[in-house]
Design a protein around this ligand. Structure first.
Ligand code: SF4
Length: 90
C-alpha cells in the first residue's frame, strides 16, 4: 500500500467525524491517500507546488469543498490552481 507522504499533515485525513462517515470519503482515502493516485490529488499537487499553507482545510482530493462547505475563504492561488488543473486534465 502506498501512503501519501504528507498524510500526517493533511487536514482531509483528519477532518471532522461527520465527514468520515460519508461513504465517498472512504473511497477518496482508498483511492488517493492510501492508493495509487496520490499524485493526482489536488491537495497534494497544490501543497507540492505552492506549499501547505495554500491548501484549504476543506478541500477534498478532487479539489471540491467538503459537502456543505464553500470556497469563500480559499486563496486566489488555490482557486486558480484548481481551475488550471481542471482545464489541463479536461
Ligand atoms: S487528501 Fe491528498 S494530500 Fe491529503 S493525504 Fe490524501 S492524498 Fe495526501
Amino acid at each position: 500500500m502506498k501512503l501519501c507522504p504528507i498524510e500526517q499533515d493533511c487536514a482531509f485525513t483528519h477532518c471532522d467525524e461527520k465527514y468520515k462517515i460519508l461513504p465517498a470519503m472512504e473511497a477518496y482515502e482508498t483511492k488517493y491517500c492510501k492508493g495509487s493516485e496520490v499524485a493526482e490529488c489536488i491537495r497534494y499537487k497544490l501543497s507540492d507546488k505552492f506549499g501547505k499553507l495554500q491548501v484549504p482545510s476543506n478541500m477534498m482530493p478532487n479539489g471540491l469543498p467538503l459537502p456543505g462547505t464553500h470556497r469563500r475563504d480559499w486563496t486566489t492561488v488555490a482557486l486558480q490552481y484548481k481551475r488550471y488543473v481542471e482545464n489541463k486534465d479536461g
